[in-house]
Design a protein around this ligand. Structure first.
Ligand code: HAM
Length: 414
């Protein structure tokens, strides 16, 4: 026997009610994002590896160990996208979107790939809903994008939510802070976990993420970046907070908030849900005012977020899924009526009805049972006695002229 072929580890199929729940989530999001002026964007599933190495950052876990990278010819290295911000910025540059009215506001729903250890809510292929607003540093952009995610999470009924907010300042204030933090970590080096110790110079901020007890103790007294912000950055952050207050968005300022990607400047935020377990991050994002330049474009500021579709669904109670309404089920008594039945179902669909044709080779009795199970409003039965139409609501059945079926069911057109 050959081994059964299964979906690769960390991937999943989307079936049945799950597919409907996803559709509904996307429609809810679309209904919030598009009226606010966000237009849909799609980018390729794979990109040049350089885009992520430079955009997301060489020192991040994503680039160091989680990318699916493959060689494509002589010196071309490609990578399945681990995230969407760098690709959207690449597209902004490539299509000269700086010539459009700024900011350019985009949203996406795409699958992403990270070679992580699979667990509940963590997959190797997962979906993100995201927005990017590129070309304005107005703090209202920050507040607006955060508010949109807040409204989407509200609309889907996500539970146990917590919004943490911070500001990373500009590259300069971060450099000053970084030097201070590295000095602090060095002073307490012997109390830190080995992993944190080895990364003091590479990524000292990650020390805030550690769950190693000694490291946590040390970090409780560590200098925080918020105290190092320039006046401009400080004012920017204060305005973002004031706007969120105005909109009634509840948040906690958390100076230790660390995001796993390197491109952030100024505002960063993250939504978690305690309905999720260990992988509690529902969605997050922030400002990336240096990213476009980093990947070879003219300097332009940007702000955005992405939320995991699977995690959004896990955080919300399952909604009852209503079966799709069915106007007409076309049944037939003998194979010789298949053609007429096929035509009737086709005509009904073209006339705007939800219509299904018997395709399973069932007996007439089986077909009627199937029609009932499908919740059909009418069943047309083609047989030796002509065409009869059964109203499944009243139970009434009458013989009709075949070409008047549409006339009879017209009242139920969607
Ligand atoms: P991220 O925090 O890496 O940010 O991912 C955003 C969301 O994607 C997470 O909060 C989580 O819900 C979901 N997610 C991430 N990894 C996985 C996984 N392995 N399995 C399931 N869900 C996952 C970004 O990707 C940034 N591009 C967000 C952004 C947009 N920042 C600015 N603009």
């Amino acid at each position: 026997v050959t081994d059964k072929i299964q979906a690769p580890r960390g991937t999943f199929d989307v079936l049945g009610d799950d597919a409907l729940a996803r559709d509904r989530l996307v429609e809810t999001a679309r209904g919030i994002l598009e009226p606010a002026g966000y237009a849909r964007i799609e980018t390729p599933t794979f990109e040049s590896t350089q885009l992520f190495a430079r955009g997301v950052g060489e020192s991040t876990d994503v680039v160091q160990k989680e990318m699916y990278t493959f060689e494509a010819g002589e010196d071309e290295s490609l990578t399945l996208r681990p995230e969407g911000t760098a690709p959207v910025c690449r597209a902004y540059i490539e299509h000269g979107m700086h010539k459009l009215p700024q900011p350019v506001k985009l949203w996406y729903l795409s699958s992403f790939f990270r070679r992580e250890r699979p667990q509940k809510g963590r997959f190797r292929q997962f979906w993100q809903l995201g927005v990017e607003a590129i070309g304005s540093e107005d703090p209202a952009v920050d507040a607006e994008t955060i508010l949109l995610l807040s409204d989407i999470l509200d609309a889907i009924g996500a539970r146990g939510l917590r919004l943490r907010l911070s500001s990373l300042g500009t590259a300069e204030s971060r450099a000053a802070y970084r030097a201070e933090l590295v000095a602090y970590l060095r002073a307490y080096e012997d109390r830190l976990s080995r992993e944190v110790r080895e990364r003091i110079d590479l990524n000292p901020l990650r020390a805030f993420d550690s769950d190693h007890p000694g490291t946590r103790e040390v970090m409780a007294g560590a200098p925080v970046l918020l105290d190092f912000l320039s006046d401009d950055d400080h004012e920017h952050f204060e305005t973002v907070k004031a706007l969120l207050d105005t909109a009634g968005v509840v948040y906690e300022v958390d100076p230790t908030l660390v995001r796993g990607l390197d491109y952030y400047t100024r505002t960063v935020f993250e939504y978690t849900s305690d309905a999720l377990g260990a992988q509690s991050g529902v969605g997050g994002g922030g400002r990336y005012d240096g990213l476009l330049e980093e990947i070879g474009g003219a300097p332009a500021p940007g702000m955005g977020w992405a939320a995991g579709v699977e995690r959004m669904l896990l955080s919300a109670p399952a909604q009852p899924v209503a079966p799709a309404p069915l106007d007409l089920y076309v049944a037939y008594a003998k194979p010789e009526y298949r053609e007429a039945a096929f035509k009737l179902a086709a005509d009904a669909r073209r006339a705007g009805h939800a219509a299904r044709l018997e395709l399973g080779g069932r007996s007439l009795k089986g077909q009627l049972k199937q029609a009932d199970r499908s919740g059909a409003r009418y069943v047309a039965i083609l047989g030796d006695e002509g065409t009869s139409l059964k109203d499944m609501e009243s139970g009434e059945q009458k013989t009709v002229e075949p070409d008047t079926v549409m006339h009879h069911i017209r009242g139920v057109a969607l």
